[in-house]
Design a protein around this ligand. Structure first.
Ligand code: AMP
Length: 281
């Protein structure tokens, strides 16, 4: 695997392959890699002849300084994992390579998509995500880019970004990879205490309950049921449970009016904020 810390070296290297008609797949990450990231790399390797992964803990997308400072990092371990997966290229820039001095971010308008759920509870988050992804896309210029449904709202925002900027990049959505007890894999899981780690699958269990029983309830009844279940569990502070249209994220009040619906949860367990979602239909 070739490791680059500067965008100029990276683009020189990739452009050579581009001239030879290679297809470039791109997997942007914030590192502390796990099998969820691994599944994106594996999918990119199937679809493309060159796979580029980036690791960059993007300060712009953190609305809490403490979360940014405590975000888990282990570059050596990540390089080893990517080497095992036979990833072709790793880009691991410093902040100044992405945001040179005097950098001015663009302002994006994603409408309703950025006003709800993560957009509401993490002000500025998606502006920061869009800015870093736009810059990374400009540097890597991939044919395809891979994003996990774990961050489903982010996936919709990226699709909208590509549409608005008229980029010729195919966005590939990849399913959520889970631990054997259902917990969605996440770099932040490493920050859970052993006790919290045992409690964490509660989130997935609530989503499974919603998936298996939604037909017996109206969407509002189901919301109340899940809010009630969280209220009974003192370990969690629920930020939101939402039932939303899979394309528009508009809240669902009648099952029959939607083609595809997902359930979303964000909750705090100790100091760690966890998110997860499932498709209901
Ligand atoms: P992150 O490093 O958290 O920014 O994630 C980088 C990419 O990996 C994003 O597209 C995430 O949605 C995706 N990802 C993270 N965790 C998982 C998971 N458990 N399953 C599938 N994709 C994931």
């Amino acid at each position: 695997m070739h490791v680059f810390r500067s965008k100029n070296d990276l683009t020189d290297y990739i452009n050579n392959f581009r001239k030879q008609q290679h297809h470039i797949g791109f997997v942007p990450t914030m590192g502390y890699l796990h099998a969820g990231h691994g599944s994106l790399i594996i999918q990119s390797k199937k679809d493309n002849t060159i796979t580029v992964c980036s690791i960059f803990v993007n300060p712009l997308q953190f609305n809490e300084q403490e979360d940014f400072l405590n975000y888990p990092r282990n570059t050596e371990q990540d390089i080893q994992y990517l080497t095992e997966l036979q990833c072709d290229v790793l880009y691991i820039p410093d902040v100044t390579d992405i945001y040179p001095e005097g950098h001015k971010s663009l302002t994006y308008n994603f409408g309703y998509l950025e006003q709800v759920m993560e957009g509401f509870y993490r002000p500025g988050h998606f502006q920061g995500v869009a800015e870093v992804v736009r810059i990374l896309f400009t540097i890597v210029q991939p044919h395809r880019a891979y994003f996990g449904e774990k961050d489903y709202q982010q996936l919709l925002i990226i699709q909208e970004l590509v549409k608005q900027l008229n980029l010729n990049i195919q966005i590939i959505a990849c399913p959520i990879v889970r631990e054997s007890d259902g917990l969605a894999m996440s770099s932040r899981n490493a920050r859970l205490t052993p006790e919290e780690r045992q409690q964490a699958p509660f989130i997935f269990q609530q989503l499974m309950y919603a998936q298996q029983h939604y037909k017996k309830f109206t969407p509002d009844e189901l919301r109340h049921q899940i809010y009630h279940n969280f209220a009974q569990n003192p370990n969690f502070q629920l930020e939101y449970f939402e039932i939303a249209d899979s394309i528009t994220l508009q809240p669902v009040d009648n099952w029959d009016k939607h083609q595809s619906v997902r359930a979303f949860i964000a909750a705090r367990l100790g100091k760690v904020r966890l998110i997860d979602n499932v498709q209901l239909f």
